[in-house]
Design a binder for this molecule. Structure first.
Ligand code: GDP
Ligand code: MG
Length: 782
């Protein structure tokens, strides 16, 4: 029987883990190994995915994946691992116990060497919180080369010779998503002087799996046991000294959110890096476990590949584990010859036979056995923590069968209402008033200074107008991200992904994409920026490409204008129809993408559901600062240039004189050239084409340009039939998003994709509008 057949609330023991490749490795790394007991907590409201509990933490799996895990049912629910009372002892400070050299008598790095640290840990372990506490606001945000994964660097407060890098959250050193690869490569290739491994102590078993692998890196490590406040608050404790002795590295209990122990952690980190104190122990395989099958195999392989690993610059024990697991990347780097490869295979086969588990499972099991031993000896677990009880209660409603989706709609509705009607709108008014006042002042100054007309026009109509209209996005972006970061940090977004996954799975996406897509109905810019939080590169790309199909609010004035002029009796019907058409086209395109551009492997979806936590104000503020900066940088580069170009095209004629009549401008002339392209859509009028082109700057300006070019409303009605108005609406719905959105796409996916979006959206819009025009014509609409 497989895991997907286990009923809610029932438990089972894992027999075999099927699947292959990275996904299977991921299961194993997350603790799903033969022999583990799991409890099915609940199925998502739409029946898929399923939430399971093992070793006291919650994971979500898709049913398809759960179907690959063979289990045998066991009666009754698994109890959380029984408390193994351990003595509580104070943590020894620097130099105590003689292990940390008080006077620095070891082998210190030279003065002036920058102590680089990698901050590594599972997702939601508090990395960002700790990073912000360690570095204050002195941080630099950049990109890892080749991928759009945020890279944050900063120096530890008061230690100018340090540089900490916040890496994407990972569960193991086996690359699984693009982000995980970034983190692993950073540790392996950039060889930081030290690793700060942050461990969520309330989920210690799973978090320590990564620790085991980090200890193999031959790099000094300090382990930070985070969330100690929750642990002790619920009566749990950790014998830190015993744990240090077992792991061979300093272990520091901290609470990043409450800023406890962070200074001590920094001291230890600097110390081990400075004095190159590598982990004292790496040998975690037990000689006596199953007759030492894994132990002997591992040591044999270590001897076999020792010199190869050295030559390749890989830590030997890590390389040996990977070689046994059959990791292609590492085996290639090792450059084993045929004989050695055969020996490796023989040794591994022998181990599999003796251990009764396949290679990957055996290695994962070896690590978890050691973790269980450490936790058994050093960790006194609380019963059920208050936070967990609270999360369970909240989840009854937030992921409940009948309540999840209504709550989600209500939450998103509230976010939209507050963003577009209350907070964002108020900020926008303030900003607009400011810009207007500034414009008026500058306008007067220019006039009184007698600046020539062209320059005057450029400054007031080009730069101020353009940048002003783009800046008006800023309040929306800030407000949107305020709510998003609150929802994300609190743990709600993970639930949304769980609830909505089924729906998006059909499109080849995962539940996480729903949030950026919904934000797309507000504004494409923050929607595209929000895809940053998606864990897989493929999903991120596909989501970015789909957001422009969600009709953004800036298109509403266009709809309103034409609906009022042409279809006063069917206003609501046509508006709703347009939104639906956008969604349906998006779905259609997604299905095409799934079969073509983004074929590849289905996105594996193994996700944890962290306890609900109160988000930290500081994290939120820093995020807002970062996002605004990011947007403003773009506003003042790409967007500014584009605005000036369009202003120029609108204001000048081909002799580069100011165009007296808008009909003579370069833009109008160019529009005239491409007007025939629009004739089949019933839109063969240069003024309409001009308006559409200026809509590339901001969708709102389509209407204002039409009003200028046609005079009053009656003007447009004279050149368009109802049918061509309909095709114009469809075209406006689907054609290229505005320059601000394109700039955001370029930032996420690069220049090539940005061009692709412009052209592709125009093509799709053209075809859809043509279909409307032709079919409408056949149906007798005029
Ligand atoms: P990351 O995903 O590893 O970057 O984790 P974050 O830093 O975003 O933290 C996830 C959540 O845990 C946030 O809501 C934090 O406020 C919360 N958190 C972080 N550290 C602590 C801590 O020491 N104690 C408690 N109670 N909560 C914390
Ligand atoms: Mg983070």
């Amino acid at each position: 029987m497989t895991l997907r057949e286990i009923k809610e609330g029932r438990s089972a023991r894992v027999l075999t883990v099927g699947g292959s490749g990275a996904l299977r490795q991921h299961f194993l790394d997350m603790g799903i190994i033969p022999g583990t007991e799991v409890t099915v907590v609940k199925y998502a409201p739409m029946g898929d995915p399923v939430e399971i509990c093992l070793h006291g933490y919650e994971l979500t799996l898709r049913l398809d994946d759960a179907g690959k895990i063979e289990v045998e049912p066991i009666s009754g629910a698994v109890r959380r691992s029984a408390a193994n009372p351990a003595p509580v002892s104070e943590h020894l400070g620097l130099g105590e116990g003689g292990r940390f050299h008080p006077k620095g008598s070891g082998d210190p790095l030279g003065e002036g060497t920058v102590l680089t640290f990698a901050l590594v840990g599972n997702q939601n372990s508090g990395k960002t919180t700790l990073f912000n506490k360690l570095t204050g606001s002195k941080q630099h945000v950049g990109n890892f080369p080749g991928v759009t994964v945020d890279r944050k660097d900063g120096e530890i407060l008061g230690r100018a010779d340090t540089l900490v890098t916040d890496l994407p959250g990972i569960y193991s050193m086996s690359p699984y998503s693009g982000e995980e690869l970034v983190s692993r490569d950073f540790v392996l290739n950039e060889k930081p002087k030290g690793i700060i491994n942050i461990v969520d102590v309330t989920n210690i078993e799973r978090n320590m799996y990564l620790t085991m692998q980090l200890l193999e890196m031959d790099i000094p490590v300090v382990v930070a046991l985070n969330m100690m406040d929750e642990m002790t608050g619920n009566g749990g404790s950790v014998d830190v000294n015993a744990m240090e002795a077992m792991l061979g590295v300093p272990v520091v209990p901290i609470s990043a959110a409450k800023n406890q122990g962070v200074q001590e952690l920094a001291d230890h980190a600097v110390h081990v890096a400075k004095y190159r104190e590598k982990p004292q122990r790496q040998d975690f395989c037990d000689e006596n476990d199953h007759n030492g099958a894994v132990h002997r195999c591992l040591h044999a392989v270590i001897h076999l590949i020792g010199d190869h690993a050295k030559a390749a610059g890989l830590p030997v024990r890590f390389a040996a584990c990977k070689a046994i697991e059959g990791d292609r990347l590492i085996i290639d780097q090792l450059r084993l010859d045929e004989n050695e490869k055969e020996m490796l295979e023989h040794v591994t086969l022998q181990m599999e036979k003796e251990r009764g588990l396949d290679r990957s499972a055996a290695i994962a099991d070896m690590r978890f056995s050691f973790i269980m031993k450490v936790c058994g000896a050093c960790v006194k677990k609380p019963g059920e923590s208050r936070e967990h009880t609270r999360s369970r209660r909240l989840d009854k409603v937030l992921t409940g069968k009948h309540t999840a989706i209504p709550v989600f709609i209500a939450v998103m509705g509230l976010v939209f209402y507050l963003t577009f009607n209350v907070i964002g709108a108020a900020l926008q008014r303030v900003l607009e008033t400011g810009i207007e006042a500034l414009t008026v002042t500058v306008d007067r100054a220019l006039t009184s200074a007698g600046v020539n007309d062209v320059l005057h026009g450029l400054i007031i109509d080009g730069i101020f107008e353009g940048v002003g209209s783009v800046l008006s996005f800023l309040p929306i972006i800030v407000t949107m991200f305020l709510f998003l970061s609150l929802l994300e940090d609190s743990g709600y977004i993970a639930r949304v992904a769980f609830v909505m996954d089924r729906l998006l799975q059909k499109l080849g996406l995962s539940g996480r994409s729903i949030v950026p897509l919904l934000i797309g109905f507000g504004c494409t810019v923050p929607a595209v920026m929000a895809t940053r939080t998606l864990p897989s590169q493929r999903d991120r790309k596909m989501t970015v490409l789909l957001t422009p199909f969600m009709s953004c609010t800036a298109k509403l004035p266009i709809y309103a204008f034409f609906v009022n002029a042409f279809f006063p009796r069917h206003k609501a019907l046509i508006m709703i129809g347009l939104y639906l058409l956008g969604i349906l086209t998006g779905i259609l395109i997604a299905l095409i993408y799934k079969k073509t551009l983004f074929k590849g492997e289905a996105v594996p979806f193994v996700m944890e559901l962290p306890n609900y936590r109160l988000p930290g104000a500081r994290n939120t503020l820093l995020l807002l600062r970062e996002k605004s900066k990011d947007f403003l940088q773009r506003a003042f580069s790409v967007i500014l240039i584009a605005t000036i170009v369009v202003w120029f095209l609108q204001s000048f004629n081909f002799r580069f004189d100011l165009a007296e009549n808008s009909r003579d401008s370069i833009l109008a002339t160019v529009s005239g050239f491409i007007t025939p392209v629009f004739s089949p859509l019933g839109l063969g009028d240069w003024r309409i084409v001009t308006a559409l082109i200026s809509g590339f700057m901001a969708k709102e300006s389509v209407v204002s340009v039409l009003e200028v070019l046609f005079g009053a409303q009656g003007g447009v009605a004279s050149v368009l039939t109802s049918l061509s108005a309909l095709s114009l609406l469809v075209f406006s719905l689907l054609y290229t998003p505005c320059v601000a959105a394109i700039a955001a796409v370029r930032r996420e996916l690069g220049r090539g994709w940005a061009f692709y979006v412009v052209l592709w959206q125009c093509a799709v819009a053209w075809i859809a509008a043509l279909l409307v025009h032709v079919i409408g014509g056949l149906a007798g609409i005029v």
